[in-house]
Design a protein around this ligand. Structure first.
Ligand code: ACO
Length: 376
């Protein structure tokens, strides 16, 4: 018996799966828009809190709205004691993204708005999740013999994050770079992780479930996990003169170069140029200019040999490394930033929800007859 088949679109490439007013990725022209503002217009002008406000509420805040929003956000940068206990149970070598995903799931059990999906409850949950993710990620860098630090209401979000991360008031340059890095990673349309979040809440599961699903998806090296893989590649190459042969070898054996290529961009990823600039400046200051030099050579070789350009993950590796962030935590920093976008998409999905449930093309057989177990 044969049944009519529709050919699936592999990887859903080019499929429009939602209407959104949050972000537009113009892949053809290499432009990125958030709520109507082009990324270049926002990148070095807004602080992360301003960007989050824009993504969640659709407009840039006034000075007093920003001040209120910032203090509400910073006030939520604490975890219930039971969640600290869960964190303490993690093995010392736990994958940081697995730990973060687990902790976000756990936070769902203790959230006072856990079972509520109203607009007001979702805003409160989004604020709490974003603030708590910052605390969890910062904690992962804390030497285990040091006490748990608390956020300081006099500082902004990026500054507080760095303070919790390093245990000291950050330098202005580091604060600015982290701020811009968070802004650059805050949202990117229907990336795999964002789609996972929207699929999850389309069943009316709550925001914590959606963010846990998004974190699970971001972890993979074809998505957010690429920045860590980039650093491993740079360390493996180690010398600029080895780049050409390394890239040739990778491409000849059909391997992907991490931090390159993108499903939507047919030209340069507009986030890359900002990160390239920071990478150059910070690597020089950190005495790791050779890593920037290797990165530039890789960019040149991959373009020449395969015609592919870097994505956001490529230069974010050297930026984060120059800031002293261990490579194991790179993807968690990405996750922190993208929590802003995921939560915005969750709220948008709730506002006009329909269950997301595509169909598949069945490739198995039909009309088989059951054979009793003793006759097989
Ligand atoms: N290195 C080498 N070749 C590549 C790369 C790469 N990084 N990316 C794409 N290609 C090639 C593919 O081999 C394929 O070539 P072919 O037509 O000769 O077979 C062609 O480009 C199309 O690639 P696909 O993998 O089919 O493209 P897709 O849109 O499915 O995948 C993806 C996009 C996953 C980002 C891919 O480019 C990739 O694996 N990149 C490396 C991982 C990475 O950097 N991920 C981060 C993405 S950005 C983000 O998530 C924040």
């Amino acid at each position: 018996m044969s049944k009519k088949r529709n050919q699936p679109v592999r990887g859903l490439k080019g499929i429009v799966a939602a209407d959104t007013a949050i972000t537009f990725v113009d892949g053809q022209n290499g432009k990125l828009y958030h709520r109507g503002y082009e990324l270049d217009e926002l990148a070095s002008k807004v602080c992360f809190e301003e960007m989050v406000y824009l993504l969640w509420f659709g407009t840039l805040p006034t000075a007093s709205q920003l001040e209120d929003f910032r203090s509400e956000l910073v006030a939520e940068m604490r975890l219930p004691n039971q969640v600290w206990d869960i964190i303490k149970l993690a093995p010392p070598n736990a994958n940081p993204m697995v730990l973060l995903r687990t902790v976000v799931s756990a936070l769902g059990m203790f959230d006072p708005d856990g079972g509520k999906n109203t607009e007001a409850a979702n805003i409160r949950k989004a604020r709490r999740i974003l603030a708590q993710v910052a605390t969890v990620v910062a904690h992962m860098n804390r030497p285990k013999d040091e006490p748990i630090r608390s956020a300081d209401g006099r500082m902004g979000f990026a500054e507080n994050f760095l303070y919790l991360f390093n245990g000291k008031i950050p330098r202005k340059l580091d604060q600015d770079v982290v701020n811009t890095t968070l802004v650059l990673h805050a949202d990117h349309g229907l990336a795999a992780s964002t789609f996972a979040a929207r699929v999850t809440v389309s069943t009316l599961a709550g925001m914590h479930s959606a963010i846990a699903a998004a974190l699970a998806s971001l972890k993979g090296p074809l998505h957010g996990g690429a920045n860590r893989a980039v650093m491993e590649m740079l360390e493996e190459i180690n010398e600029p003169r080895k780049v050409k042969a390394y890239i040739k070898g990778m491409l000849q054996t059909g391997q992907k170069i991490m931090g390159f290529g993108h499903r939507v961009y047919q030209t340069e990823d507009p986030r890359s140029k900002h990160l390239r600039g920071y990478s150059q400046k910070l690597s020089k200051k950190a005495g790791t200019s050779h890593l920037f030099e290797i990165s530039q050579k890789i960019e040149q070789e991959v373009l020449e040999q395969k015609g592919i350009r870097p994505n956001v993950d490529f230069y974010s590796a050297t930026v984060q490394s120059a800031l002293g962030i261990p490579k194991e935590l790179f993807t968690c920093i990405f996750a922190l930033a993208r929590t802003a976008g995921w939560t915005a998409h969750v709220m948008e999905q709730f506002n006009d929800n329909r269950l997301i449930r595509p169909t598949s093309n069945y490739t198995g057989g039909f009309d088989l007859k059951y054979v009793p177990i003793n006759q097989r």
